[in-house]
Design a binder for this molecule. Sequence first.
Ligand SMILES: Nc1ncnc2c1ncn2[C@@H]1O[C@H](COP(=O)(O)OP(=O)(O)OP(=O)(O)O)[C@@H](O)[C@H]1O
Length: 638
Amino acid sequence: MPLIGILVRTPWRDLGEHLGSPGVVEALKLSLVVSLWALALSLLLGVPLAWLLARVEFKGKALVRSLVLLPMVLPPTVGGVALLLGFGRRGLLGPWLEDSFGITLPFHTSGAVVAATFVAMPFLVISLEGALGGLRQSYEETAASLGASPVRVFFTVTLPMVAPGLVAGAALTWARALGEFGATITFAGNLPGTTQTLPLQVYLLLQDQPAAATSVSLLLLAIAMAVLIALRGRWTGTPIERGAVTAPRPAAEEAPAPAATGPGAETYPDAKTDTETEMRTGTETETGTGTGTEHWPLHATVTGFNRLTLRAEPGTTIAVVGENGAGKTTLLRALLGLTPRAHAELRLGDADVTALPPHKRQVAWVPQDGALFPHLNALANTAYGLRARRVPRSDARREAQAWLDRLGVGHLAHRKPSQLSGGQAQRVALARALAARPRLLLLDEPLAALDQTTRARVRHTLRTHLAGFGGVCLIVTHDPVEAVSLADRVLVLADGRALQDAPPAEVSRHPRSPWVARMLGRNAWPGIASADGLALAEGGRLVVAEALPEGAQALAIIAPEAVSVHRDRPGGSPRNVWPGTVREITAVGSRLRVLIGSAEAPDLVAEITPDAAAELGLADGSEVWTSVKATEVTLVGL
Ligand SMILES: Nc1ncnc2c1ncn2[C@@H]1O[C@H](COP(=O)(O)OP(=O)(O)OP(=O)(O)O)[C@@H](O)[C@H]1O
């Protein structure tokens, strides 16, 4: 109704005359000057304040936030009184400001700016704090791992990503400053040409020229509406998806890999073109290029939550496995220098990087979600690390394109991350990490988001490209196939310590914990060694061919293929025979895994062919007998 009231009562015929009168023009100019200064001041003070509130933990934060937001709920006239008591002639700081700097705020334009800033700045702080708080830190941490300094990270990652929140906050702040009345009139007075802004003029006009007041009100209303419409709800944190409808859909998932990922690419890095070779030698400041001629052995001693020592030759791929909470991510973050929870004495090649900040370590990190920068296309993402190391733009783009080609996603160079499939995004993230010329590569569950088929394909690509990497690569994984097929070594973590660090075949044959054995699909029964076998911790006995010294803690490992399933009690040689009940049957590839529960032994997994299962007539609840030959049991001392 008030809106309609203004529209209906606006003297449209006299509108031009009213808005063009010298007093209104002067007030409009003053309003623009005051509101723009207030915006500038708000940006200067509000951006660091929002950063502080969003990113820094300190005592009394809630109180500081309340104080910053107080002007939003305070009656502006009370704000004006408070400003007078603070900065007025007889206020706390006023005399000092006047004596020391000759600054007088009340009844000056600067006073109107201060009043507008006081009331409007909270809009900027609240909007930017929300945007910063919603920004996942993995983007900034990844940027640092690609070699970007904190200042560069701020301008190339943080700022573009919070830009919608910042713009929205700035626009609201400006609009609020433009409309400020109460604090201004109380603190700065109503002096034409000095502090009489448009809202103050509306108030004045209302007393003797109500029609002109309506015209000026309409102008302010139009400005406010224009700002709100232009923002379209951006300050709520749910910006309109631009281009979401028009964006081309990703091509049918993994496009066939171009020739570069074929056998020729396996000769990487020697397969580079002459131009690239020249370019690389041209970037003199670089030390770590990972070009095959340079090798970066790893030597790390980690203390804190993780307590272990890692040594590895260049080109080694280590799978890091362990239960949830075992310290895998903490280990990676310690190597990156990103966590106070663990400290890594880190030596890469001849360089001790322990004391260096994350962006100078040349340790590249691919977090679980890839953390591709959403505002940059695949090519610019891949070139990011090179640009951070001051490689000229055109050279960086050329090299980035070559990396994308090598990983089979060269044709997607101009897509934004939101237009890539999960598998494509993973490859781009890997290309970006490798392009940054790291000396140590850390991959956090690189294939977790992929479906089985894509996973197999990307795993193959990954293996191909890691083969030419001159540093050490650590891959955190929960997938046993990934651990066994990608890695030269498997590092098993438990409680932050290395429980086992051995080649996959060794870990698979002699797992040092029931968890690892089960992860690798083995039956693992802990117990105490006896004369001819093992007294099982869960009750029962197991006969083995090669016993351990009596009394030793041990783990019995039985491969599922070694478990025979029978309908009737088997006769003959097997020494380990138990009755049981089928609890669950699942398909694994072309075979079936049968989980059998028994009163006389721990749960046992058998792997049999579907034909055998049909012959035995197996179903959930079937009563069966299981047997394991003594020679099929491996005992691992713990
Ligand atoms: N910021 C933190 N502050 C305090 N404790 C933490 C923090 N981050 C992780 N932890 C704890 O440290 C331990 C190791 O965590 P970490 O994230 O390294 O495990 P993880 O092996 O990567 O686990 P997951 O497989 O679940 O990812 C856990 O007990 C976890 O609760």
